[in-house]
Design a protein around this ligand. Structure first.
Ligand code: NAD
Ligand code: TYD
Length: 336
């Protein structure tokens, strides 16, 4: 049985990953999370009392706190999700992104290496590759060319992970995934924001002309990909993860309105995001051929399930859309 330290486990993808690990069994899981605006323990309420699970509130950029977790729990594997994750917030203020994504990752690498961790899985994003034109896909050898403060800080973390492997022989692996959707996603991101606005009869703010393309993957498919990399990936390697579901934003928004039985008059085209990447698309050949991973969900079915989840979980949605969310929403959208 291995003991796995999951950072950022109270966030969207981390909470889904912890649930998957506990369902699989055979692992003890320690969740280290600072509980920022994006971290919510209600996302793990169903597993909070399981014997193989422990939660520690702590900040990955605070070395003392990270050392204390390693001393108390002695994990042999780290799966690193903790990050500031929203592009629009990084446009408003990049400082927390540099602190957590860059400095926090280095602290975690240092402490994990000093404690003899056997495997360090770094969860990253396809946004490190920058933007595609109308054709082509990101492979693992596409040059890194981040365009937003968020993706630049994630690129910094990817390079620190690469350096830990090359310089110290520390056994690190990196995953780079496309846009996720599914249960427990904070409603600042496109899909949950549009679902909750539509349910409230509020306008749906589409940036620019709505023709930017994202390549969508259901969150549990991302999690099964990370698990495959954790169990069978090769040290020092990067694995792209993507679900082969490219859509223009406007198409996603119209599909959501259809699923919710709402009219397209709710759509409002607003001022574009500065530096808005045009298109992302993942070539997932490497993880499929090397590790035998495949996404299990189609976009149409999983999007319907996601809409149903947000409809049925009004308490979770209410609690994450607190005063702080309303302040952010006003700052981000009122002047657009
Ligand atoms: P999220 O914003 O929902 O959750 C991030 C979690 O990290 C929160 O629980 C937060 O409290 C925690 N955290 C933030 N700063 C911390 C700190 N200093 N110390 C400890 N914990 C801290 O993010 P997410 O969407 O679940 O993304 C998780 C990871 O996956 C991130 O690294 C992100 O870059 C990557 N990723 C996300 C997507 C996506 O579509 N959401 C796609 C590819 C990769
Ligand atoms: P987002 O969910 O923020 O993910 P990312 O920027 O990391 O890809 O945005 C997905 C796409 O949706 C992106 O092209 C920006 C667009 N978008 C809107 O049009 N309106 C919105 O209110 C938001 C949050 C995003």
């Amino acid at each position: 049985m291995s003991k796995i330290l999951v950072t950022g486990g109270a966030g969207f993808i981390g909470s889904n990953f912890i649930r998957l690990l506990l369902q699989r069994g055979g692992h003890q899981v320690v969740n280290l999370d600072a509980l920022t605006y994006a971290g919510n323990l209600e996302s793990l309420a169903d597993v909070a009392n399981e014997p193989g699970y422990a939660f520690v509130k702590g900040d990955i950029a605070e070395r003392d706190q990270v050392e204390a977790v390693f001393a108390a729990h002695r994990p042999s594997v780290v799966v690193h999700f903790a990050a500031e994750s929203h592009v629009d917030r990084s446009v408003l203020d990049a400082s927390a992104f540099v602190r957590t994504n860059v400095m926090g990752t280095q602290v975690l690498l240092d402490v994990a290496r000093a404690n003899g961790v056997e495997r360090f899985v770094h969860v990253s994003t396809d946004e490190v590759y920058g933007s595609l034109g109308a054709t082509g896909k990101f492979t693992e050898s596409t040059p890194l060319a981040p365009n937003s403060p968020y993706s630049a800080s994630k690129t910094g973390s990817d390079l620190l992970v690469r350096a830990a492997f090359h310089t110290h022989g520390f056994p690190c692996l990196t995953t780079r995934c496309s846009n996720n959707y599914g249960p427990f996603q904070f409603p600042e991101k496109l899909i949950p924001l549009m679902i909750l606005n539509a349910l409230d009869g509020k306008s749906l703010p589409v940036y620019g002309d709505g023709k930017n393309v994202r390549d969508w993957i259901y969150v549990t498919d991302h999690c099964s990909g990370i698990l495959a990399v954790m169990e069978r990936g090769r040290d020092g390697e990067v694995y792209n993860i993507g679900g082969n579901a490219e859509k223009q934003n406007i198409e996603v928004v119209k599909t959501l309105l259809g699923l919710l039985g709402k009219g397209e008059e709710l759509i409002t085209f607003v001022k574009d995001r500065p530096g808005h990447d045009l298109r992302y698309a993942i070539d997932n050949t490497k993880i499929r051929s090397e590790l035998g991973w495949e996404p299990a969900h189609s976009f149409d079915t999983a999007l319907r399930e996601t809409v149903d989840w947000y409809r049925s979980n009004a308490a979770w949605c209410g609690s994450v859309r607190s005063g702080a969310y309303r302040d952010y929403y006003a700052r981000q959208y009122d002047a657009r």
